[in-house]
Ligand binder design. Structure first.
Ligand code: PAF
Length: 259
């Protein structure tokens, strides 16, 4: 059994996970559920894009045999959604965790429910949400769940913009301008082993903030496993760069392996 958990508004990134799951399992379930407990902003929850009919068409185009689970809130949580609190050893407080209080407890609550419901052999997530994948890795070990975690490459537009359901909210020109996010990560990667790192970060911030409606929320270099922000680099460790850019009220995130 392969499980692909999603919140719907499927794009090519999700479809690549579903195709991989389809090639590697006898039975594939795609869950589509906008999980209220992971939203710390009620407007974000209300406005989250929904397109169940189209999602079903896209899934069935891959194969009619793929099963879809699209429960309502009551079926998952009963009368009052309860969020479980986990001890993720601080990785939930770094990066996204600083801006989205309790978000990762909400993600872990729903993923734990889905894993216990379907008992899949394989579960699939995209690397765009790298911090989420590390939270789920911890969740699986904390709850001793017997499942293979498959972390799959980020799918991008031609201009480098990572696919995200939130891109639907961008205007045509904002979508073009948002290519600066991935270009910035590449620039940082190319300067990772040089003494230009601080000036490169400054240059990136200026260039992003110059774009209409764009604001850099963070650009950090962090240890790939602890997600702790690093200023001193130890060549023996692995690092990633993490970025979040606000376009009006829309938060776009991305990340890249640096070494
Ligand atoms: O990445 C997502 O779409 C969600 O966080 C997930 C994993 C489906 C949990 O609601």
């Amino acid at each position: 059994i392969g499980l692909v958990p999603t919140m719907g508004a499927l794009h090519r990134g999700h479809l690549s996970l579903i195709e991989k799951a389809f090639n590697e399992n006898d039975v594939v379930w795609v869950s589509i559920f906008i999980n209220p407990t992971q939203f710390n902003n009620s407007n974000d929850l209300i406005n989250y894009p929904k397109n169940l009919k189209n999602d079903e068409l896209l899934i069935k185009k891959i194969s009619k045999s793929i099963e879809i689970f699209s429960p309502n809130e009551f079926e998952i949580y009963g009368e009052n959604p309860k969020i479980k609190t986990y001890d993720f050893k601080t990785i939930d407080n770094e990066l996204e965790g600083r801006f989205r209080k309790n978000h990762f407890n909400g993600v872990a609550t729903i993923v734990s429910k889905l894993l216990n419901l379907f008992k899949p052999n394989n579960v699939y997530f995209g690397e765009k949400d790298y911090q989420q994948t590390q939270i789920i890795k911890k969740l699986i070990s904390l709850e001793k769940i017997n499942v293979n975690l498959n972390i799959c490459p980020t799918v991008r537009e031609k201009n480098g913009l990572a696919l995200s359901s939130r891109n639907n909210f961008l205007s045509y020109s904002e979508r073009n301008d948002a290519s600066i996010i991935y270009k910035s990560l590449i620039l940082l990667k190319n300067n990772f082993n040089t003494s230009n790192l601080i000036s490169t970060k400054k240059e990136i911030k200026n260039n992003i903030n110059k774009k209409k409606n764009f604001q850099l929320e963070y650009l950090e270099i962090a240890d790939a496993s602890t997600l702790k922000i690093q200023s001193k680099i130890n060549p023996k460790n692995s690092y990633r760069a993490f970025i979040c850019v606000r376009v009006n009220d829309i938060r776009l995130i991305d990340n890249i392996l640096l070494n």
